[in-house]
Ligand binder design. Structure first.
Ligand SMILES: CC[C@H](O)CC(=O)C(=O)O
Ligand SMILES: [Mn+2]
Length: 327
């Protein structure tokens, strides 16, 4: 639900979160992530205001779960230690501390404090396609040294191809002593394929979203992934029928549109742009009369990182000016 929050412009209701959490918990899903799409503290004018405060949503999810751990995402600087403590107080048991793939050093404080609070802690290296493998390994090692129990390769842009996933997970497997996770986006329609490669190379924590309810073209579609893994003979203790029912009956009706790969999400995978920029680029495109694809391509050229949503407005305004001048 945390990544899906982007798709609904952070307008989840308490009842929606309760129903999805209860369904996932009942199906046997071990972790359920709830918070603003941009993580704790993300409810701002810059990233989009939440309809219901994330602490209330976290509490609602915790109360709906019998076995699943409720997870939160925290991007240092957007969320602070204050929000982390509050989330733990409301029952969140796992935090994923997320940084751009080259900026792991800013996660030290949050990882340390989360461990002190008794939370399970993972590092989450975003835009993993945008740095050389050696850099990714170096940064993952930093997170390990701060106390992370797992580090994720996060394909924020849905830009990684299967061999690139293989290379990254393999290198981490050879260099780390902790678990490795993989977070896919389906902008190039390879989220499930990439996830299978990650598993093959030794990743043990895998993200998904029902009906692909995640930013851009969404994540690996959880119910599809579970069906595939089941057919591959892996028993991961999740009830496929129950999962399908939650996807169909609860998540489907929440979605503003079905998650097909449309031109906006495709261009993000192609240009290597943050999946959560899609809605912002579409809005800016309308406001300034510019094709959102041109905005996304330019934002990609400028190597924007998560948190730089304001750059989308700048780029749209500049492109509109150029268009007017006939450039
Ligand atoms: C803006 C945070 C982002 O949505 C985190 C994430 O899921 C990703 O980088 O893919
Ligand atoms: Mn994501």
């Amino acid at each position: 639900m945390r990544d899906g929050s982007h798709v609904v412009a952070h307008q989840f209701t308490r009842e929606q979160v309760q129903a999805v959490a209860k369904g996932l918990d009942d199906a046997g899903v071990p972790y359920i992530e709830v918070s603003h799409g941009d993580g704790l503290g993300g409810s701002t004018i810059q990233y989009g205001r939440s309809l219901v405060g994330e602490m209330e949503l976290i509490e609602a999810a915790v109360a709906s779960c019998k076995q699943a751990k409720v997870a939160v995402l925290l991007i240092p600087g957007i969320g602070t230690v204050h929000e982390l403590k509050e989330a733990q107080n409301r029952g969140a048991g796992l935090v994923r501390v997320a940084t751009h793939v080259t900026e792991a050093d800013v996660s030290a404080q949050h990882i340390h404090i989360a461990r002190e609070l008794g939370m399970e802690v993972c590092g989450f290296l975003m835009m993993a396609h945008s740095a050389p493998v050696e850099k990714l390994v170096e940064q993952a090692k930093l997170m390990q040294s701060y106390g992370a129990e797992a580090v994720y390769v996060t394909d924020s842009a849905g830009a990684l191809l299967p061999d690139q996933v293989r290379e990254r997970i393999r290198a981490l497997r050879q260099s780390l002593d902790i678990e490795i996770g993989f977070h896919a986006h389906n902008n190039l329609s390879v989220a499930i394929a990439n996830t299978l490669v990650a598993l093959e190379e030794g990743a043990t924590r895998i993200d998904g979203s029902l009906r692909c309810l995640g930013a851009g073209a969404g994540n690996a579609q959880t119910e599809v992934l579970i069906a595939v893994l089941d057919r591959m003979g892996m028993d991961i203790g999740i009830d496929l029928y129950k999962l399908m029912d939650v996807a169909e009956e609860i998540v489907g009706p929440i979605m503003p549109h079905s998650q097909e790969i449309r031109k906006g999400s495709l261009v993000m995978g192609y240009a290597g742009v943050y999946s959560s920029f899609l809605l912002h680029a579409e809005r800016a495109g309308k406001r300034f009369g510019v094709d959102p694809r041109d905005i996304l391509l330019e934002v990609g050229r400028r190597k924007a990182v998560g948190g730089q949503e304001d750059m989308i407005i700048d780029v749209a305004a500049e492109l509109a000016k150029l268009q007017k001048a006939g450039g």
